[in-house]
Design a protein around this ligand. Structure first.
Ligand code: FAD
Length: 386
């Protein structure tokens, strides 16, 4: 019989993360962002408890679980007001790709640090001139004897300042144009020729985005992860977890915002009864709650497919899950701010910044429109529109 509840183990994991992240809470994250500091204590604490590597193999320091477990961790942290954006890149994308396609030596070298949080790996695919069309990326890797030489530029790369290395998506120089044949390289951030410029963002968050410049960055042969001719499979072994984690982040944020709103409308009285008694306030909250539950089911289904090894099914549902979660995060934060009246826009209540933060779930890692394009084409069999 199909169960629509998670295992006892997953539930216990959620409880433990909620307790730990709740001890930090939104106030901690907001204070760090305001001071231009990082949430390092929370990251390390989560790492010490094994939460950052729950999806990675036990023999490399991980918890031996799946992406469904890691997504549960991120969802709970976000629901406690303390999301960790870099979980999307370091253990989910980079950890998944290296676990599945790395050599034994690469696994031993990178995974234990990623699993316990002592080493963070950023991920770079986006380029300014390519945008959503990753087939147009021009970062190029050229062979030079035993080495690789990388040249190119990446945009909006999160957390490079906190990362010891970046997993860079490039193409080989003999495949400069046409359909992307991606090659993945671990590039240490202290490599010669590697430099960054911070992109000022309006959203207040401890994690920051960078333009990354790769100018004749020389890497050893074993910087290449996986096969240079493997095509898109290796990349999507990381991008599907990224979408599932994006969904988890958005769903957690929606839970946080709705929780705040429900608490508020139960006690705020303007007409001699709590404002939550008015349907104009209660119904939007109820609607967002239903949409959130739909979205969480999609997140769990996508993760279950990925963890079962069904990459094709996971691709379809990871896209759908990311779409649904992006939408519910936007509507839930909107409803939460509105339910608070003027207080919704104050710093004290800390909700207005979520209006901006929730938009990220519509834009990244893949935009709402590109997901609709994908579902129209692959689920519905409609002609390609772009
Ligand atoms: C806070 C933040 C963190 C990020 N972190 C990372 C990171 O760590 N690593 C990384 O590699 N990237 C990262 N990104 C980049 C992110 O993945 C991209 O912004 C995203 O993929 C969209 O690409 P773009 O910004 O170039 O938008 P564009 O591709 O320029 O799209 C602009 C608009 O046009 C629409 N559009 C484009 N093509 C079509 C089409 N065919 N049909 C319909 N509509 C279309 C899009 O949906 C969007 O609304 C981050 C971005 C942000 C904002």
């Amino acid at each position: 019989m199909t169960q629509f509840t998670e295992s006892e183990e997953r539930t216990a994991l959620r409880d433990a993360v909620r307790r730990l992240a709740g001890g930090y809470g939104q106030e901690y994250v907001v204070a760090k962002a305001a001071a231009g500091e990082k949430t390092t204590e929370l990251w390390q604490d989560m790492g010490r408890h094994g939460f950052l590597g729950v999806n990675l193999p036990e023999e490399y320091g991980g918890g031996g679980g799946g992406i469904g477990d890691l997504a549960a961790v991120l969802e709970e942290a976000a629901a406690a007001g303390a999301p960790l954006l870099l979980m999307v890149v370091s253990p989910a994308i980079c950890g998944s790709i290296i676990s599945r396609f790395g050599t034994e030596e690469q696994k031993q070298r990178w995974l234990p640090g990623i699993a316990d949080g002592s080493f963070t790996m950023a991920f770079a695919i986006t380029e300014a001139d390519a945008g959503s069309n990753s087939h147009k990326i021009t970062t190029t890797a050229e062979r030079d004897g035993d080495a690789w030489v990388l040249n190119g530029q990446k945009q909006f790369i999160s957390g490079v300042d906190e990362a010891g290395a970046v997993l860079v998506v490039a193409r080989t120089s003999d495949a400069k144009t046409g359909k992307l044949k991606p090659c993945l390289f671990v590039v240490p951030t202290d490599s010669e020729g590697f430099s960054t410029t911070r992109i000022p963002m309006t959203m207040k968050a401890p994690e920051t985005q960078y333009t990354v410049f790769l100018d004749d960055v020389r890497l050893p042969d074993d910087a290449l992860v996986g096969d240079e001719n493997a095509g898109l499979l290796q990349l999507f072994a990381g991008l599907n977890p990224e979408r599932i984690m994006g969904a988890a982040l958005s769903n957690g944020m929606a839970r946080y915002a709705l929780g705040k709103a429900v608490d508020y409308v139960k006690t705020r009285e303007v007409w001699g009864q709590p404002i939550g008694a008015h349907q104009g306030i209660a119904h939007p909250l109820a609607k967002a709650t239903i949409e959130l539950e739909q979205s969480r089911l999609l997140q769990q289904k996508a993760a279950a497919l990925y963890d079962a090894g069904d990459d094709v099914g996971a691709g379809e549902f990871a896209n759908m899950a990311k779409y649904a979660a992006g939408e519910v995060a936007c509507s839930a934060t909107d409803v939460a701010v509105h339910s608070h009246g003027g207080n919704g826009l104050t710093e004290e209540y800390g909700l207005a910044n979520l209006l901006l933060a929730s938009r990220l779930g519509r834009i990244a890692p893949v935009s709402r429109e590109m997901i609709l394009n994908f579902v129209a084409m692959h689920t519905l069999g409609l002609p390609k529109s772009y």
